[in-house]
Design a protein around this ligand. Sequence first.
Ligand code: BG6
Length: 503
Amino acid sequence: MDAVVDRAVKPEAAPQRTPVPPFDLVIFGASGDLALRKLFPALAQRNQEGVLPEESRILAVVRKSEDMTGLPEAIGAKLAGSGLSRDRVETFLSRLTMVQVDAVRPETYGRLMQALGESERVRSFYLSTPPDLFIPICENLAAAGILTPTSRVILEKPLGRDLASARAINDAVAAILPEDRTYRIDHYLGKETVQNLLVLRFANTLFERSWSSRDIDNVQITVAETVGLEARAGYYDKAGHLRDMVQNHVLQLLCLFAIEPPNTLEADAVRDEKVRVLKALRPIVGPDVLRATVRGQYGPGMEGGKRVSGYAEELGQASDTETFVSIRCELDTWRWAGVPIYLRTGKRMPQRYSEIAVTFKPVPHSIFGGGGSGSGRLDANRLVIRLQPDDGVQLQLMMKVPGSGKLKIVPRQLDLRYETAFGVRSPDAYERLLTDVIRGDQTLFMRRDEVEQAWAWIDPILAGWQEFYPQPHRYAAGSWGPSQAIGLIERDGRSWADPDFDE
Ligand code: BG6
């Protein structure tokens, strides 16, 4: 990752990185939900900014012949709907090459070979497909002689559905491409605030000195979404929320929050430290799942003022798949011993928001008597690192109310929102990550051992659920999950730090 220090960043003075070299980007699963919602818009945005070299190409791989014309129309409609001008949409579409390949039929790869032709451009293959296609696609690309010595492959999460399947994928891919050309994507690592976690911690002495059990009471990581199943029943009902969100996004946030200082920003230095965090996660085994985890599934309820169906209704059948997970975990290290880390993530929550809330220990003795917050106590300082919406950082401090004759003390926030502070929009995570692949920067991608270590912690939870906790608790859509999730934290005498939006 390039680091550029700018002491007075003006909106127009966004730091420049090394130029993106000419490339061919091949997207498998191009007609899928992710490609349409995220990949093409991210590329169109980059195209508009002039970041993609003229001679570069984007090849969209589709299986059905009707998608050869249908997909460009769908992409055009999607981009026009996101506010891109007609000209810009047309320019972007003119860069697309449609190729019809059936991922599991080797004889169809000749078309891709032909479309790519002979070129010196960096070839990147984005496998935006279910993980069971990763091995056949890599094998077929190799057998067709399409992979060049600089080709890269990008694997979407979740990588497998447990440790064994993740290992099988990693082994098969490693037989074809080396680790330094394998990019395991977790788009949360491309979010600005997530990258800023490293800066916040390691470019400021202020926090790093208190970043341990000495000063921190507890940490809460919340990733809440308002959306439900969407059009992803086939994938999501088999995966469930633990595999879909915790194994990757939530654990990555936990890693970056908790890592020891890497000695450089080199990809492997950062990833070595992340693996150490994952190894230090105390396993949750057997009946412990009943004490340390909560599974939930949303039923009917109200979302944004509208009545919405429950998960089973959306799916069209009963299911034991969880759409909400909460976990109390601990890291067995000197730094973190005794600091509970509460994870909470779910679909159909009242608000879309993701944050890391760090609650510091209370002052050892209050000299203010009953002056705090009207409750007779001082609220502990809290640092909130918010990913979305309104990405930024808030620090809650206790302050005296001006003019209060009798000393009145209340909590107030130092509130730094990126958009206001820098005057620029935060790029979408995929915009950053796609160009990182082409530049050959692996810092924000997961290494093989990281993914496997994350599964090694998740697997016992899955096994424990199967044996001791097969049915998720119900919660109403539009609520903060099952009441058991409140119980999980209240048992420790704490409560969830719910969002405090101005709007
Ligand atoms: C994806 C999950 O990886 O992340 C989805 O598969 C989820 O289920 C999405 O909705 C959330 O991403 P974001 O960036 O909208 O928070």
